[in-house]
Write a protein that binds this ligand. Structure first.
Ligand code: NDP
Length: 288
């Protein structure tokens, strides 16, 4: 079996065309969706992510602004900027690009964002609402992953889903969304005994680990749907410098029924769902 590719660029473009239309409709009512992105430090990957997010806003007809700070900026300066953005009616979403420099208290920064502008869905209010199945901003990466199932008509009811990784921004919310959708969910992490045995049971396998090609072809159940969240830069071999996921794509493709590539899978969907959340926030502000 050769798996069908779940193409995040194509699905993202399709969804973003709808967002652009909605943004124009909102703008006609006096509200243009607006996103503020805060970048602290000089991490090369973060700079690329921020640029992509700002470009995506422009293409979808959203307003955006970027606030970049040197790595040694005082925490107070960033908190003051967030307070200013919280009060700014042009801004419907505030995103702080992670990771922050080590000396920063990331929780303090994320907690400073007003809950109604927390389009990353990282604040406790949003996390709690997600757990309770209440309206919330769903964290963009797992939200994007869920869109693949919806678009490809993959039912999750009664399926065995295995999520490898338990981070607050990917693994945990992913598990919650899969559970809400009717899957039976197992969450694996670095202390899991016999990861392979768990993975081999998965009808739906989500890898969010941060280790290049850790999920090998022999860890995948024939016909499984594989969502590869990982973004890793290869450090050696003939492909040094290239991006790859947490899954050995070439081998997995021969076993799975559907698979997301890296790049071009979950990455573009993360940005797409950031736009979705910003749009939703703008709509809420109009209705408030
Ligand atoms: P974290 O480092 O926060 O979490 C990694 C998780 O993997 C942890 O729960 C860890 O377990 C687990 N893990 C580590 N080693 C193993 C192992 N040997 N066996 C099983 N589990 C293991 O990473 P993130 O969740 O933030 O990101 C994961 C990956 O996804 C990264 O490559 C990141 O770059 C990428 N990413 C991609 C995005 C996109 O848009 N496509 C967005 C966000 C992230 P433990 O908790 O026990 O330490």
């Amino acid at each position: 079996m050769t798996a069908q590719i779940l193409d995040g660029n194509a699905l993202g473009q399709k969804l973003r065309a709808g967002f652009k239309q909605k943004a124009e409709e909102l703008a006609a009512q006096g509200v243009r969706p607006g996103l503020a992105v805060i970048l602290v430090g000089e991490d090369a990957a973060s700079q690329v992510y921020v640029r992509n997010k700002v470009n995506a806003c422009a293409q979808a007809g959203f307003y955006s602004e970027k606030h970049a700070y040197a790595p040694d900026v005082a925490l107070r300066v960033v908190l003051d900027k967030i307070a200013e953005l919280n009060a700014d009616p042009k801004i419907h979403g505030i995103l702080v690009q992670l990771p922050l420099p080590r000396h920063f208290d990331a929780d303090a920064v994320l907690d400073a964002i007003a809950a109604e502008k927390d389009v990353d869905g990282f604040r406790a209010e949003n996390v709690g609402a997600l757990m309770l199945g209440q309206p919330c901003f769903i964290p963009c990466t797992p939200y994007g992953a869920m869109k693949f199932f919806e678009d490809a008509g993959i039912s999750l009811k009664g399926k065995e889903a295995v999520v490898v990784g338990r981070s607050n921004i990917v693994g945990k919310p992913m598990a919650m969304l899969l559970m809400h959708a009717g899957a039976t969910v197992t969450v694996c992490h670095s202390q899991t005994r016999d990861l392979k045995a768990h993975c081999l049971r998965a009808d739906i396998l989500v890898a969010a680990i941060g280790k290049p090609k850790m999920i090998t072809g022999d860890m995948i159940k024939p016909g499984a749907v594989v969502i590869d969240v990982g973004i890793n830069r290869l450090q050696d071999g003939p492909d040094t410098g290239k991006l790859c996921g947490d899954v050995d794509f070439a081998a997995a493709r021969e076993v799975a029924s559907f698979i997301t590539p890296v790049p071009g899978g979950v990455g573009p969907m993360t940005i797409t769902m950031l736009l979705a959340n910003t749009l939703e926030s703008a709509e809420r502000s109009l209705n408030a």
